[in-house]
Every structure is written in C-alpha cells, then in structure tokens.
Ligand binder design. Structure first.
Ligand code: FHN
Length: 667
C-alpha cells in the first residue's frame, strides 16, 4: 500500500509557513537516539519470563514495582563518558542526540527535584543529562530529550498495567500527574542550557488528551522558544507517525512527524518528518539481540530518508556499565568513514527532484546559479554508464565523491555519466552532478485529485517538478492536447491523458488516470426514530482482533449519544444506528482506536482498523446521498489503553467531531 504522509499538508504544511527554528534540524538530517535506563541492568532477561525483553521489561515481564525499583541500587554506569558518546555521534555525522530523560518506566536519568526515582538515588549519583548537555557543544551536537508521558511508576498516572491487579488506583489524580510532568519539563528546559528537541512519547493511552498535548507544547515553547517539539503529544496516528490534520502547525501536532521503524513511500512537499529506527531489534539494551542491521543497510536507509527530505534518528541502546554495544560502535565508525567522504550529500540537502531512480536515490543542494545533484548509487553500473533519466537543462560537470571529475553525455531527456569500474567504497557510491539553475527533470505530469471517485464534481490538478516544463492534456478519447493552466473540473467519469513538453517538444511519456463519478448510496427513510441516540451492545471476552459478533452473547444493550470507548479491558462494543447526511457528497471518516475497530455505513465496510495496536487512525470515504444512513462501529479492547473516536467531513475539507444531533435509532 502506498503510504503517503500528507495529512498535515492539507491543513497547513510547513512549505506554506516554513518555521526557521527547524532549519538546523533540517540541515542535520541525521541524529542519534539513545534508550538508556534501569532496563539496561536486566538486559532483556527476567527470571522465567524469557530473554526477549528490553525497555518495556517491567511490563512485558510483569515485574512488580517493588522488584523493579531494586534496579536503582544496581544502576552504576561507571564507564559512562559523555564526551566519548558525543564524539561518536559527531564522527558518524550525527548533528543531534535524543536521549531518554525518562522512559515509560518512570525512572529519570537526570537530577529531578520532583522525584527520588532518579539517577541521584543510584550508586552513580551523577546527573547524566547535565554531563551530556555540557559535552554536546564540545562536539558540535545538539542535546535533546526524549520524555515519556506514560509513566508506569508515578502513583497518579493511570491506567495501571493490566496485570498490576494488586496496585491500587485509589487517589490517582491525572491533574496532579500533569503538574509533575510539566514540572520535569520545566527542569529539562531550564537546567541544561539550550535544548534542540523535546521528543515526547507514550501519548497514546486513554487518560491523555490532545488538549493536554497542546498545553505541553506551549509550555515547552514558553521555556525555550526555539526548542523543536515532535508530534507525539496526542495526535500521532500509530507507527506511521502521521499527525492528525487539526493538530499540526504548532498545535498538539507539534513541529514534525515521527514514523517509527518505517520509511514512508513518499512524503508530500514541505512536511517535516523523522524516521526513528533501531540498529538491531530493540530500543533498550538486550544482551542477546545480535540482529544488527549492516552498515550498508543503515546508509541505504539514510539515503532513502534524506531523498524524501526526512531525518533519520538512529538508536543506540547502551549497556548498564555506560558503554555502547560493540556492534553499535563498529557501525557508527563505518558510517563515520563513509561520511568523511560523502557528508555533503546528506547534510544541508533537500529531497530528490526525481520521482524514482532504479539504481539508488538522490538529494540536492541549491546554490545561487546552480544546483548540485547528489546521486547515491546503490547499484554501481557494470558498464560504467550511469543513466540519469529525465535530466534536462545544462549540466556543468560531474564527479565521484572521494574520486575525480568525470565525463558525461547528454541524450534525449537523459544524461549519462561515465563512471570508474569500481564503486569508491563498499556501501554507496555518490556522484555529484552540477546543473545550471534549478534542475529541469523531464518527468511525466502527476495527475492528482482528492479521490479517484466523486459524487458531485471534482477538481483535478496536473503537476510536474520543473516550472520550465509545459503540461499538455487531453480528455477521454480526444486526440488534441491542450495546455494545462488551472485545475480541471470534472462533472462525469473522465480519463485524463497528460504529457510534459519543453520548447514544443514532448519530453515524457503520456500518463493516464481515470476518475469515476459514482452514484451516491441511497438514503434510508426513517419512520419512528429517536434523535441523539445510538444503540450500544457490550460484549466480554479476550480477542486479538475484532470478533465475529454474530457468534457472541451480549452482556448489555443500552442507548448512547456518542461513539466512544469504555476504559474496561477484555471488552468489545457494537455501536449501531443512523447518521444524517445534510448534503449528498463524498464523506470522509477518520476512525481512531486502541485496540482494533471497524466502520460500516449501510452495511459496507468503509474503514478497517482492526488488530491489536495502540491508538491508530485509519480513514475511508463513502458517496452518501442526503438523508439517513445506517452506521455501525465495531471496537474491541484487550488490555492497556482504550480509545475510540470517529470524525467525519466532506472529503477534502476539515474533519470534525460528529454532533449527536445527527444520530438516531429506530423506535
Ligand atoms: O513504547 C516506545 C518504545 O519503547 C520506544 O521508545 C519507541 C521509540 O520511538 N517509542 C514507543 C513506541 O512507539
């Protein structure tokens, strides 16, 4: 499935209002993530609970609080050396470090006056964050904090872990927890000098609200106006890290998106984003996890990310003694060797002007009169001929980084660079090609619209990467091509054929896309109905995905006025009734849930968001006539956080909560 991060670009993308405070971060392109804390002591193993654990060990191995707290007396990283860590980051070409000031277990690696569950209660008794914050500028890296909202230690934080049956919830006060959280944010942004990023996490449980996230964002900015804040404040949609539309641009959507352990297929122009990824399979140190990615693989991931104008936050899980795992040190050193020759192809670059390249990736750097294209060649051509498809304009020169200048020839809508037989290193060879002005890429136009199906009418845009290229198009089976000047409004099913032209010459293939006008789903005539209500049926059980409700006995049936979760575990709901659509249109729905959920309209599945997962949003749309339509939401929660929220809107317009006045049930 083509996963495209676009949400925020519809609302207010940085391209419209690029925030200069992110410029250092955009130029850095590469950072070091560090997951370190008490969990490094057990190093993944706990009694008879196996040895596959890591930073989640207190939960995944179900370690009672008083047992886990004993690690405090064992955490004594005597080999910790802040300068050595910062030097390794800088040598690897990493411009910033993000370290866990507090992970979900609640233990603080810094000296906090708000708790004793911190580094000063360990035999080490040194403020690790202070030592790192002092060392970082000495090695030209920016210090940044990862801080978890979710806190399995603080008595005021709820929910408890599902298995913590004997740990009382009495007296737990979320407001008091938020005061504690804000107090520590104040310490982290007051006591350690200029901080690059506040990297929040653990924002997905039912007790946290988006409004709390906005408050946290604003507090950070009030303390350090230039601090960058990520989007994990209450608006992240699952591991793909997308931000809810209304949460972006300085709201609780923060300043940039955070895909995790994955690289988006494509990212809309102007979106700031960063993929975080482990070197092996875990964030925290696990003695047995030797599944480290190769240096070549890590460098190819870096190239892929920066070719889409993203940042790469690569994780290290230090050992309890304060040293990095040997395998991590080895990879950082090899990445550093590659960076010594090729860093200019990463730092300060922006994404590729090419839609795709068969042999690798590209980045680019703009100068006053020219542009340097950096071609990251994964598959070095055996015949010594690197074909750059679609490159037009004036090529000023070419050279292999770490090698010498080379020759090139200009073909019809392509440039061929002559390369030495061997790649200059064993990972990725980079070829720098200088072109006059901005690169002119002969690529077919991109044909885009809000959706491929529509009910009323639809505006279709044709775009191409270079301003100097003319787009011509034809409709359906017409053979004459006209010049594209503004969006094309469709009123019926239409095929659009488009082609790029330069100086009256066709310079790309013809691309075609068909948009289908669909018949809206018929409305239902409701006779005796009750407004502001839906029927909610509750089921009890344990599932790993949405159950077949026809096979279940219900526990309870009641009328409700909203589509929302219960805080219970081992529960499933079917919320059923009618929804009033005020005008015939393509209606988009956004279904956000923890765990899985499904949306049906008129008995047709519009959104499938099933499975066991944290809060995750999926979207879908349906062509609906004005009037009443059947709506059914299915949801289940196994353990931990519970969340269910449905929003809707006319496709392409802002999403909004659903007012209960458009719900109804039959009498
Ligand atoms: O639960 C955490 C996990 O332990 C780790 O910190 C990752 C890194 O981004 N964040 C959360 C999972 O999304």
């Amino acid at each position: 499935m083509l996963e495209l991060i676009v949400a925020a670009s519809i609302a207010l993308s940085p391209a419209d209002t690029p925030d200069p405070k992110l410029n250092w971060w955009r130029d850095a392109r590469f950072g070091m993530f560090i997951h370190w804390g008490l969990y490094a002591v057990p190093a993944g193993t706990w009694k008879d609970k196996g040895s596959g654990h890591a930073e989640w060990i207190r939960t995944t191995a179900q370690i009672p609080l008083e047992e886990y707290d004993k690690f405090v007396s064992e955490f004594n990283p005597v080999l910790f050396d802040a300068d050595a860590w910062c030097e390794m980051a800088n040598d690897a070409g990493m411009g910033y470090i993000v370290i866990t000031s507090k992970h979900h277990d609640g233990f603080c690696l810094f000296d906090s006056k708000h708790t004793n569950f911190d580094i000063m209660s360990t035999p080490f008794k040194r403020d690790i964050m202070a030592e790192l914050a002092e060392a970082a500028p000495r090695h030209d890296v920016r210090m940044s904090w990862y801080h978890s909202i979710m806190d399995w230690h603080h008595p005021d934080y709820l929910p408890r872990r599902g298995w913590e049956k004997d740990r009382t919830v009495d007296g737990a006060d979320m407001q008091r927890f938020r005061t504690y959280l804000h107090g520590q944010v104040e310490e982290l942004l007051t006591n350690y000098g200029p901080i690059g990023i506040m990297w929040f996490d653990g924002e997905w449980e039912s007790t946290w609200r988006g409004s709390y996230g906005r408050e946290l964002y604003e507090h950070c900015i009030s303390l350090q106006p230039d601090v960058i804040v990520n989007n994990r404040l209450g608006a992240r949609g699952g591991m793909e890290g997308m931000t809810g539309m209304e949460g972006y641009a300085g709201g609780y959507g923060g300043d940039y998106m955070t895909p995790e352990q994955e690289i988006p297929d494509a990212v809309a122009n102007g979106i700031d984003w960063e993929t975080c990824m482990t070197m092996n399979d875990r964030w925290g140190y696990n003695l047995h996890d030797k599944n480290f990615k190769s240096t070549t693989d890590l460098l190819k991931k870096l190239a892929d990310i920066v070719s889409k104008s993203g940042n790469f936050l690569l994780n290290i899980g230090p050992k309890a003694d304060g040293t990095f795992p040997e395998e991590s040190i080895e990879r950082l050193s090899e990445i550093g060797d590659w960076m010594d020759i090729n860093a200019e192809a990463v730092h300060g670059t922006v994404g590729s002007p090419f839609a795709s390249l068969e042999w690798g990736r590209a980045t680019q750097k703009f100068h006053d009169e020219s542009t340097t294209l950096y071609l990251h060649v994964f598959d070095w051509p055996k015949d010594g001929k690197l074909v750059i498809p679609g490159l037009a304009g004036t090529v000023l020169g070419a050279k292999v980084l770490g090698g010498s200048s080379t020759t090139f020839s200009v073909g019809q809508g392509e440039v061929i660079v002559d390369l030495p037989s061997n790649m200059p290193n064993k990972h990725i060879g980079v070829v720098a090609v200088e072109v006059q002005g901005k690169p002119v890429i002969y690529a077919p136009p991109v044909i885009s619209a809000l959706a491929d199906v529509f009910v009323n009418d639809l505006d279709v845009e044709l775009t191409v990467g270079s301003e100097d290229i003319e787009i011509r198009y034809a409709i359906n089976d017409k053979s004459t091509y006209g010049i594209y000047r503004s969006p094309i409004r469709l009123v019926g099913t239409t095929s659009i054929h488009a082609r790029s032209y330069d100086a009256n010459k066709a310079v790309s293939k013809v691309v075609t896309k068909t948009f289908t006008k669909v018949t809206p789903w018929k409305a239902i005539k409701l006779q005796n109905h009750v407004l502001n209500t839906l029927t909610q049926i509750t089921y009890k059980g344990t599932w790993d995905d949405l159950p077949d409700f026809t096979q279940l006995m219900s526990e309870q049936t009641e009328l409700v006025s909203s589509i929302s979760a219960t805080d219970e575990e081992f529960v499933a709901l079917v919320i059923d009734g009618y929804l009033y659509i005020s005008a015939t249109n393509m209606i988009e729905f956004a279904l956000e849930s923890d765990d899985g959920s499904r949306l049906l309209i008129d008995d047709r599945v519009v959104i499938e968001n099933g499975g066991l997962h944290g809060t995750q949003e999926k979207r879908g749309s349906a062509p609906l006539s004005r009037g009443w339509h059947n709506i059914k939401v299915e949801w289940f929660n196994k353990t931990g956080g519970a969340h269910l929220n449905l929003r809707m809107g006319v496709l392409g317009e802002a999403m909004h909560a659903i007012d209960p006045s458009i719900f109804a049930t039959s009498k």
